[in-house]
Design a protein around this ligand. Structure first.
Ligand code: FMN
Length: 321
C-alpha cells in the first residue's frame, strides 16, 4: 500500500505504545516482518521546550524505515513547530495522536479528547501538513464516548485538510482497552474514505489479523499488545495472510530466549545499562510468559539491574526446562 508517496510493502504494522514500543523493540519487530512502525507518542509541548526525553523519543534507526514519528498536542501552531523539529530525525510519515485515553493526556485536551472537536482536528492536520513535506496521518478511536461517536466526522475533517491515512482503534476513550473492539467502524471508514485505512484493536494472532483484513477491507492491520514478548506474531501474520493460511511453527524456547537477550541488549545500548535494565524488566516478564516456573522468574525479572543479571536468569530458565 501507499501512504501518499510512501510505499509500505506488507499488511501488518506495529502499534505505537508509550513505554514499550521504543527504538529497540521497533527494530526487533521490523526484523520479524512488521511492515511499518510508529514511535511512542511525543509531546509537542515537550519538543517546543527542547525537552531531552521528547527529543530522544523521536530518534529512529535506519532499519525502521518506512516509519512514523507520532506527536500529540492540541495547538495547531505548536504541533506544526514540533513537526518541523521531528523532521531532523527523518521519519517517512508524521502521525498525530487523537486516540490516547490516558487521563494525563486526554485530561489536558490532547489525545482522544480531540475527538470531541472534529474541526480542531482538521486545523491541527492542516498546520502540520503545511509545515512538513512528508505525509501526515492520524490515529483515532471510535469516539470519545458512546454519546460522541465522531470517528467518521474527525476522519473527514482531517482528510479534507491533508491527512493521507487514518488508523482507527475501534473503541471509545471511555472504554480504554475493554470490551472487544468494534471492527464495523473500521469497515465503515474504509468504505467512506479515499485514503488508506489501518485497522487496529484486538488482533491477537494470525487468524484474527486475517479476519480483520477480510471483515473490514482495511489496507493494513496494526498490532499492539499481542506483540509484547511475542514479536514473532509479525512473521506468523505475514505467512498466514500472504501464503495461503500457512501456520509456521512457534519459536522454540531457545529462540525466544535469544531474541529476548538481543532485544534487551539493544535497550541497554540505546539507553545505558542503568535505565535500560529498568525499562527491560517488563519486556523480560512478557518474554518469560509460558515458561516452566514463569511466575518466579518473572518476579525475579522485576529486580534485575544489569545485563549480566539477565544472563544469569536465562541460565536458570534453561536449567529448569
Ligand atoms: C502500553 C500502551 C501504550 C500505548 N501508547 C500509545 C501511544 O503512544 N500512541 C498511540 O496512538 N496509541 C498508544 N497505545 C494504543 C495502541 O497503539 C493500540 O491502539 C491499542 O493497544 C489497541 O491495539 P491492540 O488491541 O493491538 O493492543 C498504547 C497502548 C498500550 C497498551
Amino acid at each position: 500500500m501507499k501512504i501518499k508517496n510512501v510505499q509500505i510493502d506488507g499488511i501488518v504494522a506495529l502499534a505505537p505504545m508509550a513505554g514499550v514500543a521504543d527504538r529497540a523493540f521497533r527494530e526487533i519487530c521490523k526484523e520479524m516482518g512488521a511492515a511499518y512502525v510508529v514511535s511512542e507518542m511525543v509531546s509537542s509541548k515537550g519538543v517546543s521546550y527542547k525537552n531531552e526525553r521528547s527529543t530522544e523519543l523521536m530518534e529512529v534507526s535506519e532499519i525502521e524505515h518506512p516509519c512514523a514519528v507520532q506527536l500529540f498536542g492540541n495547538e495547531p501552531e505548536t504541533m506544526a513547530q514540533a513537526a518541523k523539529t521531528a523532521m531532523q530525525f527523518k521519519p517517512d510519515i508524521l502521525d498525530i495522536n487523537m486516540g490516547c485515553p490516558a487521563p494525563k493526556i486526554s485530561g489536558n485536551g490532547n489525545g482522544c479528547a480531540l475527538m470531541k472537536t472534529p474541526k480542531l482536528c482538521g486545523e491541527i492536520v492542516k498546520a502540520v501538513a503545511n509545515a512538513v513535506d512528508v505525509p501526515v496521518t492520524i490515529k483515532i478511536r471510535k469516539g470519545f464516548d458512546e454519546e460522541s461517536l465522531t470517528a467518521l466526522e474527525v476522519a473527514r475533517y482531517c482528510v479534507d485538510n491533508g491527512a493521507s491515512a487514518v488508523t482507527i482503534h475501534g473503541r471509545t476513550a471511555k472504554q480504554m482497552y475493554k470490551p472487544y473492539a468494534d471492527w464495523e467502524i473500521i469497515a465503515k471508514l474504509k468504505q467512506e474514505l479515499d485514503v488508506p485505512v489501518i485497522g487496529n484493536g484486538d488482533v491477537t494472532d494470525a487468524k484474527t489479523a486475517f479476519e480483520m483484513l477480510q471483515q473490514t477491507g482495511c489496507d493494513m492491520v496494526m498490532v499492539g499488545r499481542a506483540a509484547l514478548g511475542n514479536p514473532w506474531i509479525f512473521k506468523q501474520i505475514n505467512e498466514y495472510v500472504l501464503n495461503n493460511k500457512n501456520v509456521i511453527p512457534l519459536p522454540t524456547a531457545d529462540e525466544r530466549l535469544l531474541v529476548m537477550q538481543r532485544h534487551i541488549k539493544k535497550i541497554c545500548e540505546y539507553k545505558g545499562e542503568k535505565i535500560g535494565m529498568k525499562e527491560a524488566r517488563k519486556h523480560i516478564a512478557y518474554y518469560l510468559k509460558g515458561f516452566h516456573g514463569a511466575a518466579a522468574f518473572r518476579n525475579e525479572a522485576g529486580r534485575l539491574c544489569t545485563y549480566d543479571d539477565l544472563l544469569r536468569l536465562v541460565e536458570k530458565v534453561k536449567n529448569s526446562m
